[in-house]
Design a binder for this molecule. Structure first.
Ligand SMILES: Nc1ncnc2c1ncn2[C@@H]1O[C@H](COP(=O)(O)OP(=O)(O)OP(=O)(O)O)[C@@H](O)[C@H]1O
Length: 303
């Protein structure tokens, strides 16, 4: 299926379910990540990304199904120092300096990277002597990245790693993440930034209501959601007949214009021309954002 089919497995979810009361936060997830892959988890707020990550790290057991890291239970891989994580809600330890904290974490791993290297990759060399509880939000986030890297783990798990970062820190982060991934490590990150997922991940996994609703490259997702967007001013025509045109998957009214998501823009445009009375035609390839919205549309919405 993918170029990584024969590669050893880093992460596997099989029928994984995690409920919180009536909420099925993770609802039957099957997912395999090969060693060396960089995976982006995309999903709306509350889709289940953080819960999936907590199962992966062994912070919670699944209610049903199994989760494995490197063909073993997550706790074993975590205890063996094969995993580094950067979570959203990790709290700063008071009074220690950045350097002390990173050195402490590195010391708990069997094969850590030099502390100076972790600080450099996270872009915080100049913060080494600062106290960790006296940093800005973005600085704290970069310290968390250094902590995740410190053990030189085979698998790096990053929950919304760029959420609080400014433009420059974001660029430094992605450069370092890529350098890390290029050395054969496996990286899983969650994000709300579609262009980051598209640019920096080998594969994008879209989660919606606790399920995997799409899994592929940005290009594959764009294609799956409908290859192109044809937009027109309908000049008084109803939208019903437009929905029946060849290739058209969905019809959406946006102000004066009508947007047709189509699998075959050539056929759709030829049919539109045959109908006549169509003004200001525009054709554009579907964006990843279009694909994401189509994949995660609320159930009641008529697209
Ligand atoms: N500790 C908890 N107790 C009860 N419900 C929870 C708990 N943690 C998460 N949930 C619920 O589980 C669902 C999935 O939440 P989760 O935090 O995994 O989503 P997410 O995709 O990470 O969201 P976000 O993008 O907002 O961080 C949501 O409906 C959330 O309200």
């Amino acid at each position: 299926m993918t170029k990584t089919t024969g590669t050893p497995t880093a992460v596997s979810f099989t029928g994984a379910v995690k409920t919180y009361g009536a909420v099925r936060a993770v609802d039957g997830v099957d997912l395999r990540i090969a060693r060396g892959e960089t995976i982006a988890l995309l999903g709306r707020n509350g889709a289940g990304k953080s819960t999936l990550i907590s199962l992966l790290l062994g912070l919670h057991p699944p209610d049903e199904g199994t989760v494995q890291l490197f063909d073993a239970p997550p706790e074993r891989a975590v205890r063996a120092g094969r995993v580094g994580a950067m979570l959203q809600d990790a709290r700063a330890v008071p009074r220690v300096t950045v350097q002390e904290l990173v050195a402490f974490v590195a010391g708990r791993y069997p094969d850590p990277m030099p502390v100076a290297r972790a600080l450099e990759l996270a872009g915080i060399t100049d913060l080494a002597r600062r106290r960790v509880d006296r940093l800005s939000g973005g600085q704290t986030q970069r310290v968390r990245f250094a902590v995740a890297l410190a053990g030189n783990p085979s698998l790096l798990v990053l929950d919304e790693p760029t959420a609080a970062l400014d433009v420059e820190a974001r660029q430094t982060f992605w450069r370092s993440m890529r350098a890390y991934a290029d050395r054969g490590h496996t990286v899983l990150f969650s994000t709300h930034h579609l262009e980051e997922a598209d640019t920096h991940a080998d594969r994008i996994v879209v989660i919606d209501r606790g399920r995997v609703v799409a899994d592929g490259t940005g290009e594959q997702l764009r294609r799956a959601a409908g290859g192109a967007l044809v937009s027109i001013e309908p000049a008084g025509r109803g939208t019903e007949e437009l929905a029946l045109l060849p290739g058209v998957r969905t019809v959406e009214v946006r102000g004066k214009r009508v947007l047709l998501r189509t699998d075959d823009s050539d056929k759709t445009v030829i049919a539109l021309a045959a109908l006549g009375a169509i003004r200001r035609l525009e054709v554009a390839p579907a964006s990843l954002e279009d694909a994401f919205l189509a994949l995660t549309a609320p159930r009641k919405e008529t697209a």
